[in-house]
Design a protein around this ligand. Structure first.
Ligand code: DCP
Length: 718
């Protein structure tokens, strides 16, 4: 394919934006302390040596020549009025959580308009292709009453001014009709980005700059071209001119060794310089993939997709120990590793709690040098291992990783300084990171998808004629839908109160029926999800007393159970047919089975708990041994779970729930459960769930290495 055609077809009609927050840390600090606004400001590292190192410099300070490489004292010399703000400190090191949270705030706004990839603490890629296509079809720029002021301030690369004012030129560019469709899409993308940037400003007070182009590489290049608070558009026709003079080192991934070797091997110092080499030649020099990649980037071709990712790919905690602060004993390393691990673990738990994500890999990086061998600097090998949850485990594992790295490092260095008796080392930087972060499996398998896709549970509602109808969609369209999205452990449990209230007006025999059904569906879910959860954590790895996710899950169930009880009692009070309510409940498993149980439950209303609720069931109605065998395969993991609690008398919520399943059984029959839920699962899993749900009839089919455990295991879906 000819070069230009290849470039065109690769970019197609994609519209990609790269959004970069302006002097981010400074803006965050200025929002905290509004008196800093308008003043030259910089954020400095927490150490006070020579006024601390500058890590972010505001644009007012940049006008005076203040640069990020300077120390506070130096900055004061060139800009005496500069306000130096210290980065917050926790555990003796920089605490970046305030910046991270501010970044998340912005991301949540940016993600409203298209696929959004959080690329770093303060930058985001957006795929606006769909939004631009829609705009072009429904309200193209030339049909708009006016082009927004913010959009008119755009920089359009390659635009000929011809003596006309920039604004008029840009306006003309937005309104042009006889141009290629891809440019029109870009114009739509730019209008959308201008709107989004204003939204960010209005909602967060932060300014950001943006690049709008046909691919990620060009968008990223463009976003840094006009800062702060501006946007730059790269029409296809201006790509060559943009890249030709661009210093090779400015290109993403060419700032390091590869960029240096391009200059050394091929004498190339600008991107345009690469154009003279054939793809084959570049492949010959740098290998097939890198050769092709170089050939492509010289022509502005980049097929990299914008990933849908609002959350970070990894978490890390690190600290440098420059100069005399270098660590020289394993004891001091261990002390700092413990601190770093604590911070890391806090973030892991937060991620688990908020996003239901778990990390799989723990990595230790260190920079070190051997005394008398400065060449050894930074050659400390990074080490990884599977990540085990539990602060003590992470601390222990990172120390082991460090020791493994140190052994390798010292032997490498010993070989280099043969003959020397010097074996001392010093650590100048330490970091621990958690990567391979995945949403716990239930979020991705079909049973969850079922609820996701429905958006609302299909809750059977009995019509006055007694015919059981259902369908969330029809309920919804009639305005009577009880919108429930389930989130155990995936998406938010979101009982739409207003809609639920509307249901009270429905001519139902039992106005609380749908709520009961919601509870029922959710109990089903809890059952499946506890199993998934256990499996996701491999049980024995779940070594903490804290199980925030499960406790949230239980709290949620408590809330619903309470609601259910209140519903049933108020139903009786207001004469809406308590008998019917009761009879309905009687037919629905764990919902109150008898007056007796109801009374027991009523007593506990102050602190209702699903666990107590299950405890209140008469377990003798279910043959114990059936349940024991049902859960036999989990025995090892279950004991692991109990062991984690330290004291024998105390059990984690997870093990309590498991015990409830084990001893009190799940008072469901498979035919009482919405068959759609089960039918979504593969046949062998359906059979197994049904067997669990109706243990007394269960054939002894559950084998070791059960299929359901495999199915819900983190790797099963990959
Ligand atoms: N940062 C840091 N240490 C560095 C570089 C950056 O701690 N060596 C922090 C401070 C910055 C933030 O990351 O505010 C984002 O870095 P950028 O490189 O995007 O720079 P700024 O956002 O500060 O400025 P600009 O407007 O030039 O993007």
């Amino acid at each position: 394919m000819p070069r230009v055609a290849r470039a065109e077809s690769s970019s197609g009609s994609r519209v990609i934006a790269h959004i970069d927050m302006d002097c981010f840390y400074v803006q965050v600090e200025q929002r905290k302390q509004p008196t800093l606004r308008g003043h030259p400001t910089a954020v400095v590292q927490y150490n006070s040596w020579k006024g601390g190192g500058l890590i972010a410099v505001g644009y007012e300070a940049r006008k005076y020549g203040v640069k990020r490489s300077m120390r506070g004292d130096e900055a004061k010399k060139v800009c005496p009025d500069i306000q130096l703000v210290q980065v917050p400190v926790a555990r003796g090191k920089a605490d970046l959580s305030v910046y991270r949270n501010a970044g998340s705030e912005v991301v949540s706004i940016l993600a409203r308009r298209g696929r959004c990839e959080r690329a770093s603490i303060d930058e985001v890629y957006l795929d606006l292709s769909e939004a631009a296509e829609t705009m072009l079809a429904e309200s193209p720029p030339e049909r708009l009453e006016s082009i927004s002021e913010e959009a008119l301030k755009s920089h359009v690369l390659g635009l000929h001014m011809d003596g006309v004012s920039t604004k008029d030129c840009v306006k003309e560019w937005f309104l042009m009709s006889n141009v290629h469709r891809r440019d029109k899409l870009l114009a739509c993308g730019a209008l959308i980005v201008a709107e989004i940037r204003l939204e960010v400003l209005n909602e967060t007070e932060f300014t950001c700059s943006a690049g709008i182009a046909h691919n990620k590489m060009l968008a990223k290049l463009a976003s840094g071209m006009n800062k702060p608070a501006q946007q730059t558009i790269v029409p296809f026709s201006s790509v060559e001119k943009l890249l030709e003079p661009l210093p090779i080192k400015k290109m993403k991934q060419l700032g390091g060794k590869l960029g240096t070797s391009l200059l050394a091997d091929l004498g190339v110092d600008t991107v345009g310089g690469l154009l003279q080499f054939s793809e084959e030649k570049l492949q010959e020099c740098y290998g097939i993939n890198t050769g092709t990649w170089l050939w492509n980037i010289a022509r502005g071709i980049c097929g990299e997709e914008v990933e849908s990712r609002l959350l970070p790919k990894s978490h890390g905690s690190g600290k440098t120990f420059p100069g005399r602060q270098a660590l020289k004993t394993v004891y001091s390393v261990q002390k700092w590793l413990n601190e770093l691990c604590e911070e890391l673990y806090e973030r892991l738990l937060c991620d688990l709690e908020q996003n239901k994500r778990i990390a799989h890999t723990l990595t230790l990086h260190a920079s070190a040098y051997k005394l008398n061998d400065m060449e050894s600097l930074k050659k400390f090998p990074s080490k990884s291992c599977p990540l085990r949850y539990g602060i003590a485990k992470i601390q222990e594992d990172s120390l082991n990783l460090f020791n493994a790295g140190l052994r390798e490092f010292t032997s490498i260095c010993s070989a280099k300084i043969k003959g020397s008796k010097q074996h001392e080392w010093a650590i100048t930087g330490l970091s621990v990171s958690a990567s391979k972060i995945v949403v716990i499996p239930s979020g991705t398998h079909s049973i969850m998808k079922y609820f996701h896709n429905q958006g609302q549970t299909c809750i059977p509602i009995k019509e006055p004629d007694g015919i059981s109808t259902q369908n969330a969609a029809s309920l919804s369209s009639s305005g009577n839908g009880c919108c429930v999205s389930l989130h155990l452990p995936g998406p938010e449990i979101n009982t739409c109160e207003n809609e639920a209230k509307t249901n009270l007006d429905m001519p139902c025999l039992n106005p609380y029926e749908d709520e009961i059904e919601v509870c029922k569906a959710r109990f089903d879910f809890m059952f499946v999800n506890v199993l998934i959860y256990k499996d996701a954590f491999h049980m024995e790895k779940f070594t903490d007393n804290q199980d925030p996710f499960l406790s949230r899950m239980i709290q949620e169930e408590d809330r619903l159970t309470e609601k259910l009880l209140l519903s049933s009692s108020s139903g009786a009070e207001n004469g809406l047919g308590s008998k019917l309510t009761q009879s309905h409940m009687d037919s629905h498993g764990p919902v109150l089975k008898s007056e007796n149980q109801k009374r027991k439950f009523d007593k506990q209303k102050g602190t209702p708990s699903i666990l107590r609720f299950f405890q209140s069931h008469n377990s003798s109605s279910f043959p114990e041994q059936d349940h024991v065998s049902t859960f036999q395969e989990n025995e090892a993991s279950s004991s692991g779970l109990q062991a984690i609690n330290g004291s024998p008398g105390r059990k984690s919520t997870c093990s309590l729930v498991e015990d409830e399943f084990r001893s009190n059984a799940w008072n469901y029959k498979s035919d009482e459960i919405d068959p759609v839920v089960l039918n979504e699962l593969p046949p062998e899993i359906q059979a197994e769930v049904r067997a669990w749900l109706q243990p007394q009839k269960r054939a002894n089919t559950v084998k070791k290495g059960s299929s359901i455990i495999h199915y819900f295991s983190p790797t099963a879906n990959s």
